[in-house]
Write a protein that binds this ligand. Structure first.
Ligand code: SF4
Length: 466
């Protein structure tokens, strides 16, 4: 576990992107057209990772949590859900028409919204279409080696549904628990799990799910250090493979419904820091490795092994091992495709998405084609954020640059990094590598900002890490 110095955390808790993409989504532009996207899809067959990751976005939720910061919508009647699902099938066919069949699917991720809010028959329909249009491993062969994951609201799940999802090929689950305290859940308009979480985790494991994850949020109204500590104790006692503790971002000027929470006491920045440190302490002493700022995984989990071997990767869907991730082809409203040299985001709402797909080939709202510089900076930031190390030879080889070009670039940046070196958070061993120390891991987002030339004068658009 990193040695945590409270003062260092505060000193380096800067406003910065989460770097789930680079450039961040705030740099996507409406100049990115359907024609450009078609070219990028074709190009993705010959440049970059051959592996294919598929993402399906279901925006619907039965109730809205007051802390929600996602692109979500109220659950619609079966007729409209059916239209939305049929539109996803159409989008899958249109995208797959440009993708070489010799490229294999290695990862499928369902997110939202709440994917399990729609009937499993709809989920089956989409899974069958994905299998028809893309190359999956043959059933019974390497099927279990690919990752098929769903984000699940535990208040509306049953063991029967989980069995059904297993039959459809799902082998990873992530439950949005957020808190075990019923008063906190009531304040934020979130319902508790239908089945006690420890039973749910055990049942999923018995069904063959792996990488079972529980999500929590700290900084919600009604939370205190003591009651959130009880939640973390219960989380650990539930024995999941992974735990995530997200920091609540209170931005009512962006998400109006969050202002309903202001009649309650929202924990201060200092209280949030205490909750974060308490969670870090408890979870890392309970046999979990620290994967990212607020992600933890058991030492024998594939994420911990990937981190250990320098093969951890990160995208909008979260962390994964480099073997399972690939270029991401995304389906559904507001979803973001992440190709080797571009990002493309669909229009935000389900109705716009259906209308746009009827009018044109794709439903792209905005995107970006990466410049060579963006590509180099993404490689550096991703290595830093995932594996805590920038190896000069490795970066030169994946970006097609020479060692000298990378070293020249670093020579301009090194003076800015001196305070991290002085605080023993970073080791600079050039001409070979720059490495985050064990203690520096919690300042990694701050370190990454120095390798982000787009951030200048732009940092106020982002929240702090804690
Ligand atoms: S379930 Fe998730 S997406 Fe839906 S309202 Fe709650 S936080 Fe938002």
């Amino acid at each position: 576990m990193p040695v945590v110095d409270r003062n260092f955390l505060l000193k380096y808790d800067v406003r910065a992107p989460r770097y789930t993409s680079y450039p961040p989504a705030t740099h996507f532009s409406a100049d990115y057209t359907c024609d450009m996207h078609r070219e990028q899809l074709i190009d993705s067959n010959v440049r970059g990772d051959k592996n294919i990751s598929l993402y399906v976005h279901i925006p619907f939720c039965p109730v809205r949590c007051l802390y929600c910061g996602c692109n979500q919508e109220d659950l619609q009647g079966r007729d409209f859900v059916s239209v939305y699902v049929d539109t996803i099938l159409l989008e899958i066919e249109r995208v797959a028409a440009y993708i070489d069949r010799d490229r294999r699917v290695t990862q499928v991720h369902w997110g939202g919204g709440t994917p399990n809010s729609i009937h499993p028959d709809f989920i089956e329909k989409i899974m069958l279409k994905l299998r028809e249009q893309f190359s999956f491993p043959q059933p019974g062969s390497k099927e279990e080696e690919i990752e098929i994951a769903m984000e699940i609201d535990p208040s509306i799940i049953s063991l029967e549904k989980l069995e059904r999802f297993r039959q459809l090929g799902f082998n990873r689950v992530s439950f949005g628990v957020q808190d075990f305290n019923l008063q906190v859940l009531e304040i934020v308009n979130r319902r508790p799990s239908k089945i006690p979480i420890p039973e749910l985790v055990a049942a999923c494991r018995k069904m063959g799910y792996r990488g079972i994850n529980l999500d929590f949020i700290y900084g919600l109204p009604g939370q205190k250090l003591e009651n959130f500590a009880e939640t973390i104790d219960l989380a650990i006692a539930s024995d999941p493979d992974r735990i995530v503790t997200f920091s609540y971002a209170h931005v009512p000027w962006v998400k109006n419904h969050q202002s309903d929470l202001e009649k309650y006491v929202i924990p201060s920045a200092d209280e949030k820091l205490e909750m974060f440190l308490m969670s870090l302490h408890k979870i890392s002493h309970a046999g979990y490795a620290v994967i990212g700022m607020d992600h933890y995984a058991k030492f024998d989990d594939e994420l911990s092994r990937a981190r250990e071997n320098g093969k951890l990767h990160r995208n909008f869907q979260g962390y994964a091992s480099r073997e399972t991730t690939g270029q991401v082809y995304a389906f559904g409203c507001s979803s973001i495709s992440q190709l080797e040299y571009s990002y493309a985001q669909n229009v935000k709402t389900s109705r716009e998405y259906v209308a746009r797909m009827n009018e044109s080939e794709f439903a792209i709202e905005k995107g970006i084609v990466l410049t060579e510089q963006n590509y180099r900076d993404r490689a550096i930031i991703t290595e830093l954020m995932c594996n805590g190390k920038i190896d000069v030879n490795h970066i030169a080889s994946i970006t097609g640059s020479t060692r000298e070009q990378i070293l020249n670039y670093f020579s301009e940046l090194v003076p800015q990094l001196q305070s991290y070196v002085d605080d023993h958070l970073l080791k600079i061993d050039l001409p070979d590598k720059i490495e985050v120390t064990k203690d520096g891991w919690l300042a990694v987002r701050s370190i990454a900002t120095h390798f982000d030339p787009l951030l200048k004068n732009d940092s106020n658009r982002y929240s702090k890490a804690l």
